[in-house]
Ligand binder design. Structure first.
Ligand code: 6PG
Length: 250
């Protein structure tokens, strides 16, 4: 695959509602393009709190013909998951299920969750097998998601690739169980090769609490300092979508 990394795009919206609407519209555009081209849309959702409002908008969009999506052609994965049961308030699956998946007609078999109730290593290996079963990547190829949604933590982490965590150097597996010292917990996360194989990656950043880190990430002297800076799709689109409060120092 020739390296045709496109320059990252930065999209600044006036406020969180505008960011959420713009992100939902980009999700819809991406989904329609993938389904028209390949009959299906494979997306990896971000966890945390920022994307919840986007997922709720997408659920509500089902009521509007112009924004309705053919969920039977959509396969939802998770870029990372906390090592908790799916009923736990910390579960990314639970957040996505409550805000989106239980409110759209997506077939059960199209929702590919991490079995985070298992031990972290087993959950990670099982999820890797699930990606392989779905994408059937040729040897030395990486599964290529049509879209990966990501957030950025206050320490510059993304997915569950935290600074100084072991999974930062994982370059052979698709998924890793990652011990996060500062959280004293395991996480299950996509690795950089999977993130960077995506056709499109969108970072969703909202609120002035992210402004300092965002300036360092996008304009700082060291462009390899933080895990989120290492998301550079090899042959895909990289879109940083943010609201004005998050972008105030740019
Ligand atoms: C997670 C996410 C994580 C998140 C960032 C930002 O499981 O928590 O994958 O990478 O995107 O921590 O989280 P907020 O959106 O809550 O700021």
């Amino acid at each position: 695959m020739t390296n045709s990394a496109q320059p990252r795009e930065i999209c600044i919206l006036p406020d969180a509602p505008a960011l959420n609407r713009a992100a939902a519209d980009e999700f819809i555009r991406c989904a329609r393009e993938a389904i028209a081209a390949r009959g299906r849309f494979a997306v990896a959702l971000a966890g945390g709190s920022t994307p919840k409002a986007v997922y709720s908008l997408l659920a509500g969009d089902q009521a509007t013909a112009a924004r309705r999506l053919p969920w039977k052609n959509i396969h939802v994965f998770f870029g990372d998951e906390r090592h908790v049961p799916l009923t736990d308030a910390e579960s990314n699956y639970r957040m996505a299920s409550e805000s989106l998946l239980s409110n759209v007609p997506i077939p059960l078999e199209n929702v590919h969750r991490v079995m985070a109730e298992l031990d972290a290593q087993t959950a990670s290996r099982r999820y890797e097998e699930e990606l392989q079963d779905f994408f059937h990547p040729l040897s030395r190829e990486w599964p290529r998601f049509d879209l990966v949604l990501l957030g950025m933590g206050p320490d510059g982490h993304t997915a569950s690739l935290f600074p100084e965590s072991p999974a930062l150097t994982e370059n052979s597996h698709l998924v890793a169980a990652n011990w996060v010292e500062k959280l004293s917990s395991d996480r299950i996360t996509f690795t950089f090769p999977v993130l960077n194989a995506a056709a499109e990656v969108i970072f969703l950043i909202s609120g002035e609490g992210k402004a300092e880190m965002l300036k360092d990430v996008l304009q700082g002297p060291d462009q390899q300092k933080y895990p989120c800076q290492r998301v550079q799709p090899v042959n895909g689109k990289l879109l940083w979508m943010m609201d004005q409060p998050a972008a105030r120092l740019l």
